[in-house]
Design a protein around this ligand. Sequence first.
Ligand SMILES: Cc1cc2nc3c(=O)[nH]c(=O)nc-3n(C[C@H](O)[C@H](O)[C@H](O)COP(=O)(O)O)c2cc1C
Length: 188
Amino acid sequence: MSVFELLESRRAIRNYENREVEREKIERLLEAATLAPNDRMREPWGFFVIQGEAKERYKELALAYLQERFPTKPHLIESSIKVVTNTPVMIAVTSDIAKNEADSKDNEYAVCCAIHSMWLAAQELDLGFVWRTRGVGLVHDQRLHDFIGAPEEKKTVGMIFLGYPDAKEIEEAKPKKRTPFVEKTVWL
Ligand SMILES: Cc1cc2nc3c(=O)[nH]c(=O)nc-3n(C[C@H](O)[C@H](O)[C@H](O)COP(=O)(O)O)c2cc1C
């Protein structure tokens, strides 16, 4: 598959088969991430793989967060927790906070590149993948940081949800309409 074909067919996949993901495949994704461009080779990424018993503990954390955030929406809480239950693997991805703001920003940009590389690699490995920040992604909640045991000088940028894709979702996954680049581009 050409790079363009890969880019055109990549989709956010949020439903998975009830099937383990082989460790080798997870390792291939992590390897893909480390190939991403990054300023001065600071390699600012960190990965925290959550599965099995750790996922059960994560569920408790997500439940506490959701109950606090949506106290009047029990159905939303239930469906959100189901998402965690039905996801075989999650990976929290962190970025190193540097001594100055510019480097910290560049680090985050590099980590975003790394996550996108993983997303494309997942496709080649027949895995479904979505990068979540909101809701059960918990990215903007300090509790996630404490849960993964990341040091102060790391910031969580993304929570990846991953598994073998549900066949129905793949069938139905349609490309989201994109605004043509001409409307986003100024030629100077
Ligand atoms: C930084 C970032 C944060 C995202 N957060 C969420 C999220 O919290 N929940 C979710 O379901 N999808 C999330 N997504 C996935 C987007 O919703 C998805 O990529 C977008 O709808 C375009 O669809 P596509 O990836 O299938 O082309 C996120 C994507 C990015 C890049």
